[in-house]
Structure formats: C-alpha cells, structure tokens
Design a protein around this ligand. Structure first.
Ligand code: GAR
Length: 200
C-alpha cells in the first residue's frame, strides 16, 4: 500500500484482513513518501513491513522506479500484485500505471467525476453540493479518472464545515475500501471500458 499520512484507510484494510473479512490476501509492504507519518506506526502495529521512499526532489519516473523495485523486493509484481493508494498524495507515472494496469486502486473523498484533486470535501462544500461521498476507482494516468468500482454518498448538512463533512465521508471510506479490496481479491471485478462489472 502506498501512503503519505494518517493511514486510517490503511488501518481499515489491515483490520479487515486481520478479522478475515478479506481472505487470501496480505499487505506485503507499506510504502510512504513521507517520513514520520502515522501510517508507518499503523503498519508496525499490524506487523507489516514499511519503507520510506522520500519523494522530495525526485522526478516522477525516477521515484516510481524506486517504488517498483521496493514492491518487487516484497514480492509485489505487475500481473499478480495489487497496489492500493491510501491517501498517497502523489501522481504516478504512466509507465508505473501501465505496468500495473488494472491492478491499482485508489480511494478519493468525492463522488467522482465531481471534485477530483486536492481538498475534494471542501470543493464539494464550496460548490454548494447537497450530496458528497467517496469513490474507489482503478487508477489510470489521468488524475482521479479511472473506472469506478464503488461509490458511497453522504448528505451534506446545513452546518457542515470541511472538517465535519470529511469526518463523515471518512467513516464511509473505511467501509468502502475494504469492500472493494475484498471484491478484487475474490476475482469479482472486471473492467469493460469505463465500467467495472461486479460478479455476485
Ligand atoms: C482520505 O480521505 C482519502 O480519501 C484522501 O486522503 C485521505 C487519506 O486519509 N485521498 C485523496 O484525497 C486522494 N486524492 P488516510 O491517510 O487516513 O487514509
């Protein structure tokens, strides 16, 4: 899993694996582009290997090459592995995305295609949206644009601030992301153009 910060979605996935809600999968390594973040503590608490690969000053393709090497060192290979982005605040190169085509998932705190990019919850609030939410999608080189696996809506309340709305969306993220991973691991997802089919 690739992370940059708090790691609450990482924790939700690790917990789902520990409780055997997701079976037949393990998190091989947590890679952070930032040192000292909470996600690294969470990985260690769950006994999962973690590696910091600082991104500052590195070109995208050079950085992604390091990430690919680190994934391979931990047995995560294109064609078999699954790469989960969980609050990983960096774009991935077309080469990296191409090599793991159909095997990278991301969670984003909006109902895509509305409000891609940074501060999605604040974007929704500022726009005056009445419904916000979160999306799990396959990653393509364009930002937050890949085929959608699952979405969950959250009502925007009169008194919401970016913080209160984010907190309510986050609680839904913690359910949605493990569920999407479970469906992937069980081989129930197939991508047909822009649509992701989910087999029962
Ligand atoms: C989550 O809300 C996630 O959806 C968002 O960052 C937060 C990470 O929290 N991701 C993006 O905005 C990606 N564009 P976490 O580190 O506690 O999982």
């Amino acid at each position: 899993m690739l992370v940059s910060g708090r790691g609450s979605n990482l924790e939700a996935v690790l917990r789902a694996i520990k409780r055997r809600r997701i079976r037949g999968a393990e998190v091989a390594v947590v890679i952070s582009n930032k040192p000292g973040v909470k996600a690294l503590e969470i990985a260690s608490r769950f006994g999962v290997a973690s590696v910091v690969i600082p991104s500052e000053g590195l070109e995208r393709s050079a950085y992604d090459k390091k990430v690919s090497e680190c994934l391979a060192d931990h047995g995560v290979e294109p064609g078999t592995g699954l790469v989960l982005l969980a609050g990983f605040m960096r774009l991935l190169s077309a080469d990296f995305v191409g090599s793991f085509r159909g095997r990278i998932l991301n969670i984003h705190p909006s109902l895509l295609p509305s409000f891609p990019g940074l501060d999605a919850q604040k974007q929704a609030l500022d726009y005056g949206a009445k419904v916000a939410g979160c999306t799990v999608h396959f990653v393509v080189p364009e930002v937050d644009a890949g085929p959608i696996v699952l979405q969950q809506a959250v009502d925007v309340r009169e008194k919401d601030t970016a913080e209160t709305l984010s907190a309510r969306i986050l609680r839904k993220e913690h359910v949605l992301y493990p569920l999407a991973v479970k469906l992937f691991v069980e081989g129930k997802l197939s991508i047909e153009g822009r649509r992701v089919r989910i087999r029962d």
